[in-house]
Write a protein that binds this ligand. Structure first.
Ligand SMILES: Nc1ncnc2c1ncn2[C@@H]1O[C@H](COP(=O)(O)OP(=O)(O)O)[C@@H](O)[C@H]1O
Ligand SMILES: [Mg+2]
Length: 263
């Protein structure tokens, strides 16, 4: 059963059609991957899905309810969370405070209660702190809660970002290259974590360059090239798809690959 359904999404920047009529569905309990060469429109598609840019065509639904045009915080209320391709952490804040910053989207802080230090506000903060610690533990950073983000390794920071998305009790998780820049061990850890999050029921949508990771953990793959969807299917279908090979290697490279394969 698909949790998130995107139909015919599009957006232009000047004369460039960065995303052009793209649709797909993401089901709970599965990893749906978006792949494609650099500049294919993957991050822009995420910006449309998460409400950062308004799509100029198309429609989005969550559990069958139309959510087209809703801003990010309204989508967050409906269970959508995302991470960014470039790390967005506050280096001089602790890991825990970084995760709590994610909670602010979800909470509706009562500023007057905060100001007066009323018990209701303190309770909210305690709850938020508890949830943040649980999320850090969930991504394997339980013992780093009090450390400054600047003291964490790159792989740990990538997991911190995932914790910040998890603390929002998300049902739809958009991950933009969660393992980019990570070494093989860190990539494997993130890979396992992403699979676990999906296994717990979330609809995970993943943008990823590491093809081995994509093939290993995806239920479903959507391939973009120059803003358009050029293929879609199970990993085994995508791996052999000539259009996909051509998009990655170029027509020349694809011909060479075929020749090498034949010889
Ligand atoms: N805010 C923007 N303004 C202008 N052009 C943009 C903007 N965001 C993305 N683009 C362009 O849209 C295309 C797709 O970019 P992007 O979605 O980042 O690709 P990908 O994530 O697949 O590498 C690129 O040509 C990029 O330069
Ligand atoms: Mg990108």
């Amino acid at each position: 059963m698909s949790v998130l359904a995107i139909e015919n999404f599009g957006i232009s920047f000047g004369g460039l059609r960065a995303v052009d009529g793209v649709g797909f569905e993401a089901a709970g309990g599965e990893v749906t991957s978006i792949i494609g060469p650099n500049g294919a429109g993957k991050t822009t598609l995420f910006n449309l899905i998460s409400g950062i840019y308004p799509a100029d065509t198309g429609r989005a639904t969550i559990d069958g309810t139309d959510v087209t045009g809703l801003p990010p915080h309204r989508l967050a209320e409906r269970g959508m969370a995302r991470t960014f391709q470039n790390l967005q952490v506050f280096p001089q804040m602790t890991a825990e405070d970084n995760v709590m910053a994610g909670r602010h989207l979800k909470e509706r802080p009562n500023f007057l209660a905060d100001l007066l230090g009323l018990p209701s506000s303190r309770r909210e903060t305690d709850k938020s702190r508890e949830a943040s610690r649980a999320a850090l533990k969930r991504v394997g950073l339980g013992d780093r809660a009090g450390r400054l983000a600047s003291e964490l390794s790159y792989g740990q920071l990538k997991r911190l970002e995932i914790a910040r998305a998890l603390v929002m009790d998300c049902r739809i998780l958009l991950l933009d290259e969660p393992a980019a820049g990570c070494n093989a061990v860190e990539t494997r850890e993130i890979d396992d974590l992403v699979q676990e999050i999906a296994a717990e029921g979330a609809a995970v949508v993943l943008i990823e360059h590491d093809m081995r990771m994509v093939m290993r953990i995806s239920s479903h793959i959507v391939v973009l090239d120059q803003g358009r969807k050029i293929a879609e299917g199970r990993p085994e279908d995508i791996r052999e798809n000539p259009r996909v090979i051509e998009a990655y290697l170029g027509a020349h490279g694809a011909a060479e690959a075929r020749a090498a394969h034949a010889s």
